[in-house]
Design a protein around this ligand. Structure first.
Ligand code: THU
Length: 130
């Protein structure tokens, strides 16, 4: 399945009664399988989770941990940009050359590599030497 279709489909299930901003994310793991997720808000606002987090959780639950491509979609005036926390979450499972596609329901699309999405990412290497 294409990432665009998976993310578009799952976005319809987003639970976003507070922001009214539905987001869909899809990731392809190294096996070729596609995992998807949507944002899930909560009346206690900080407890809400992003679409990317849902897709990553589905991948991990299925026993995979290497992302080779990701896409995020929303009904946004410009390609929807993963938040800072989601950039770090994606970086945990993506090499620097992984393509991240940011798009809108109208088709306004921007592609960026993981390395460019989160320059200077905090990594395991920063904890070495203790
Ligand atoms: N959101 C995502 O799910 N992913 C993003 O990349 C950006 C923001 C969600 C979180 C919240 O439910 C809503 O969009 C508004 O911030």
């Amino acid at each position: 399945m294409s990432l665009l279709k998976a993310a578009t489909d799952v976005r319809k299930n987003a639970y976003a009664p507070y922001s009214n901003f539905k987001v869909g994310a899809a990731i392809r793991a190294v096996s070729g399988r596609v995992y998807s997720g949507c944002n899930v808000e909560n009346v206690a606002y900080p407890e809400g989770t992003c679409a990317e987090a849902g897709a990553i959780a589905a991948m991990i639950a299925a026993g995979e941990s290497e992302i080779i491509e990701a896409l995020v979609i929303a009904d946004s005036p410009m390609p929807v940009s993963p938040c800072g926390g989601c950039r770090q979450k994606l970086a945990e499972f993506s090499k620097g050359d992984v393509k991240i596609t940011m798009t809108t329901t109208a088709g306004n699309t921007r592609e960026i590599t993981m390395a460019d999405l989160l320059p200077g990412a905090f990594t395991q290497a920063h904890m070495d030497g203790e």
